[in-house]
Design a protein around this ligand. Structure first.
Ligand code: ADP
Ligand code: ADP
Length: 226
């Protein structure tokens, strides 16, 4: 079964804006998939629906075959979300942020500690584990957001514009962490408006514009067309 299957997804806001006008796509397990498009294309709306933060107007979403509408909590257990804004407590250490997050999801403390150390290593944060998060660099904070989402061991990791507005050095550090996450078997989907980011990370992508998919397929095939 696909990691994510979306069929004819539509969203009309109360304002009358048709943000999604019939989106269909399928993401294979293990894929690294980009939703590429300009501001206002509908990317955040799509991510919001898939991560259950917002309601659709019509259509079907399945996560590893589990219907997001009919079996929401079961589907949500398969998903990890990295929101755009950094939203952890700056007065806790990375280690505590990760262990507390796992605790919130009912993961026993001993297991949470094992996972925290693994995720800190993958995010190149081991040396900062017990440092106040406030003092981390911008890139470190963003990698900590990825590490936190991975604490529940999601099968599908979703990131909404993870590198919007950050410089190339910070982006490269995040790319490294994301490549490792994907190499370990997690399906990754991200939204971006940087072609360069989609190019360096993704095997497959959809280009979305004004609520519609205008191109879809392997990154290599799309690059050949540009
Ligand atoms: P960002 O650029 O950081 O993604 P947005 O401007 O897209 O922020 O959105 C900020 C907030 O305003 C969000 O809650 C979003 O849902 C809402 N919003 C965005 N566009 C509109 C709009 N046209 N009408 C009403 N609310 C909107
Ligand atoms: P993107 O993430 O690609 O920048 P969005 O999903 O944020 O695109 O926005 C798609 C369209 O929906 C835009 O026209 C935006 O103004 C509108 N929109 C987004 N959020 C809201 C909202 N909460 N209420 C009304 N319109 C919104």
């Amino acid at each position: 079964v696909p990691a994510l299957e979306i069929r004819d997804l539509r969203k009309t806001y109360a304002t009358g804006v048709e943000a999604l006008k019939g989106i269909s796509l399928s993401v294979a397990p293990g894929d690294f998939y980009a939703l590429l498009g300009p501001n206002g294309a509908g990317k955040s709306t799509l991510i919001g629906i898939v991560s259950s933060l917002a309601n659709k107007s019509a259509g079907e979403v399945k996560v590893f075959g589990v219907d997001l509408h009919a079996q929401r909590s079961q589907a949500m257990r398969l998903i990890g979300l990295v929101p755009q804004e950094i939203n952890f407590n700056m007065f806790e250490t990375p280690f505590d942020i990760l262990v507390n997050y796992a605790g919130f999801y009912g993961i026993p403390r001993a297991e949470a500690v094992v996972r925290a150390n693994q995720e800190l290593a993958r995010a190149q944060l081991s040396e900062k584990a017990k440092t106040m998060s406030r003092t981390l660099s911008g890139g470190m904070k963003r990698r900590l957001m990825i590490a936190r989402a991975m604490m529940t061991r999601p099968k599908l990791l979703i990131l909404d514009e993870p590198t919007a507005g950050v410089d190339i050095e910070i982006r490269r550090g995040m790319w490294k962490t994301l490549k490792e996450v994907n190499a370990a078997g997690t399906t990754v989907i991200l939204t971006t408006h940087y072609l360069e980011e989609a190019e360096s990370l993704c095997r497959n992508l959809a280009i979305i514009d004004r609520g519609r998919i205008i191109e879809q397929g392997p990154m290599k095939a799309l690059l050949a067309k540009l």
